[in-house]
Ligand binder design. Structure first.
Ligand code: GLU
Length: 488
C-alpha cells in the first residue's frame, strides 16, 4: 500500500461534549494523515438514539473547527464513501447482517434484559467473568418460533469460536486475546440497531480505512472486531491504540478531575493552538525536547509510538504556563482578535469603538501578565479612567514623603511639556530623575503607583504611550491627594 492510500478516521459518538482525550485521538489521526499525505475522515457514530443528539454533534464539529482539525471527508466536507452518519447507513449494516445470517455466523437471541442480567449476576457471584453463556446458540426452528410467538424480539449474536485472537498493534506490539473468554456478543440489537463493534467494522471496511488509531480503552473491542472482519471476509486495517490521558491520581481523566471538555478550556481562555500543542506533547516529547511546537512541526515530526506509548497525567498548570508563553510570543493582531470576546465578557462592551492601534498597544502592554485570555479584564482596567483605582499597596506607598516627591516632580515635568506634545517617556523620566536625584526602584515605583494605580504591571514606557496626557495628569493629582485624603 502506498502512503497516499492511508485513510484514517475519527469517529465520535455525540453523547456529550468533546473530551480532551477524544480531541487527542482526533489530533493523532489528523497528524498521521497529514504526515503521510493520507485522508482524514470524520464519521458520526449516532446509532444510539437515546444517548446521542444533534446538538452534541454540532458542538463537537464546532470544537474540532475551533481546534482547526479539519477533515477531508465527513459531515460538511462530502466524500465518496458516505454517508458519514451511521444513522444513514442502516441499510448497509442490514445487508451485512444478512450475509452473516446466511453463513450461520450469527444467530437470533431471544433472551430478555432481565434474563441476561440474572446470568451476569450469577457469574459474578460465582467469581466468573460475566459473559453470555450461549442459551440461544443451538435453538432449532420450532424453539425459535415459540420464543418469537411469546412476543420476544430477537437480537443477533455472533458465534465466537475458540482459540487465540492475535494482532500486532502499531504502538503496543503483539496482542493476544482468548476467544473463549469473550462469549457470543450482540451485533444487532432487538430494535434492529447495530451494536458499535459491528457498525464500526462495516464502516471501516467500506470507508477503506487503512489505520484505526484510537484509545487503548478499545483494545478489547479490537479482538471482537477482528472476528467480524474474518467472518465477513474483509482484510482488517492496521490498529494503533494509544495510551489515555490520566488525572493526578493516575486514573483515566474524567469530570471529577476538573475541566475535561475542550469547550471548558476554550471558555477559560486557553488558545486552540496551545491545547493542541499540549495534547500533542502530553506523554511524549518532540525529538528536540522542546515544549513549543507549530502545527507544521507537529505534522513533520509525528510518529505513532512517540505520540501514544505511555499514559500521561494531565497538568492544567502546565497547560496554563504554555498558554501564557503563547500569549507573550504570539501575533498581536490575532491575539487581539482572540481577546475581544473576553474583553466584552469583562464588561468592555464598547471595545469595538476603541481604535485598533490603541487596542493593540493595550494588549501588547498587558500580555506579559496574562495566563488565560480571561485574565484580560483585570489587566486592562489600568488604561480606562472609569475603571482606574489606586490599590491599597499603591496608596500605602504614596503616604511617604520620598515617593510623593517623585510624583511631585512628575507633575512639574508634565506641566512643562508643550501642549499637545506626544509624551516622551524617556525625556520625562530623565527630568524626574534629575529633579529628585533618585534612581531605580525609588524612582520607578512611585511613578508606577501613581500612573497605573498598582505597584506591579505593564511596562511603564508602554503605559505612557497609551494614556493621554490629560488622564496622566489627573492620575498624578489623585496620587498627590493620597496623604490628605487619608487624614480626612
Ligand atoms: N464511537 C466510538 C467512540 O467514540 C469510536 C471508537 C473507535 O474509534 O472505533 O469511542
Amino acid at each position: 500500500m502506498t502512503t497516499g492510500k492511508f485513510r484514517v478516521r475519527f469517529a465520535p459518538s455525540p453523547t456529550g461534549d468533546l473530551h480532551v482525550g477524544n480531541a487527542r485521538t482526533a489530533l493523532f489521526n489528523y497528524l498521521f494523515a497529514r504526515h503521510h499525505g493520507g485522508r482524514f475522515i470524520l464519521r458520526i457514530e449516532d446509532t444510539d438514539a437515546a444517548r446521542t443528539s444533534k446538538d452534541f454533534e454540532n458542538r463537537i464539529l464546532e470544537d474540532l473547527a475551533w481546534l482547526a482539525i479539519d477533515w477531508d471527508e465527513g459531515p460538511g466536507a462530502g466524500g465518496e464513501k458516505g454517508p458519514y452518519h451511521q444513522r444513514e447507513r442502516l441499510d448497509l449494516y442490514e445487508h451485512h447482517l444478512k450475509k452473516l445470517i446466511r453463513d450461520d455466523r450469527v444467530y437470533p437471541c431471544y433472551c430478555t434484559e432481565e434474563e441476561l442480567e440474572a446470568e451476569r449476576t450469577e457469574l459474578v457471584f460465582r467469581r466468573m467473568a460475566p459473559r453470555y453463556l450461549g442459551k440461544c446458540r443451538n435453538l432449532n426452528d420450532s424453539q425459535r418460533k415459540t420464543l418469537a410467538s411469546q412476543g420476544r424480539e430477537a437480537a443477533y449474536r455472533f458465534r465466537v469460536g475458540t482459540g487465540d485472537i492475535t494482532f500486532t498493534d502499531l504502538i503496543r506490539g503483539a496482542m493476544k486475546f482468548d476467544a473463549e473468554a469473550i462469549g457470543d456478543f450482540i451485533i444487532v440489537r432487538s430494535n434492529g440497531i447495530p451494536a458499535y463493534n459491528f457498525a464500526v467494522v462495516v464502516d471501516d471496511h467500506l470507508m477503506e480505512i487503512s489505520h484505526v488509531i484510537r484509545g487503548e480503552d478499545h483494545l478489547s473491542n479490537t479482538a471482537l472486531q477482528l472476528l467480524l472482519y474474518q467472518a465477513l471476509g474483509f482484510a482488517p486495517p492496521r490498529f494503533a491504540h494509544h495510551a489515555l490521558i490520566l488525572g493526578k491520581d493516575r486514573a483515566k481523566l474524567s469530570k471529577r478531575h476538573g475541566a475535561v471538555a475542550v469547550r471548558e478550556f476554550r471558555a477559560k481562555g486557553v488558545l486552540p493552538e496551545v491545547l493542541l500543542n499540549y495534547l500533542a506533547l502530553l506523554g511524549s516529547s518532540f525529538s528536540s525536547g522542546r515544549e513549543i511546537c507549530t502545527r507544521g512541526e507537529m505534522v513533520a515530526s509525528f510518529s505513532l509510538d512517540r505520540a501514544g506509548k505511555s499514559g500521561a497525567v494531565f497538568d492544567e498548570d502546565k497547560l496554563k504556563w504554555l498558554n501564557g508563553t503563547y500569549i507573550r510570543q504570539g501575533d498581536l493582531f490575532r491575539l487581539t482578535e482572540q481577546l475581544l470576546p473576553f474583553m466584552r465578557a469583562a464588561g468592555y462592551h464598547d471595545v469595538g469603538t476603541i481604535g485598533r492601534g490603541r487596542l493593540e498597544r493595550i494588549v501588547d502592554a498587558v500580555r506579559g501578565d496574562l495566563t488565560l485570555l480571561s485574565d484580560i479584564g483585570d489587566q486592562m482596567d489600568v488604561f480606562f479612567d472609569d475603571r482606574f483605582a489606586l490599590s491599597g499597596d499603591a496608596k500605602r506607598l504614596l503616604m511617604d514623603d520620598e515617593p510623593l516627591s517623585v510624583v511631585q516632580a512628575l507633575r512639574e515635568t508634565l506641566a512643562r511639556l508643550p501642549a499637545g506634545a506626544k509624551e516622551d517617556y524617556g525625556r520625562i523620566i530623565t527630568a524626574v530623575k534629575q529633579k529628585t536625584g533618585l534612581a531605580g526602584k525609588k524612582l520607578f515605583l512611585p511613578i508606577r503607583a501613581a500612573v497605573t494605580g498598582r505597584i506591579k504591571g505593564p511596562e511603564l514606557d508602554k503605559v505612557f504611550a497609551i494614556l493621554n496626557p490629560e488622564s496622566l495628569k489627573r492620575r498624578v493629582e489623585t496620587a498627590l491627594d493620597v496623604p490628605s485624603e487619608a487624614e480626612r
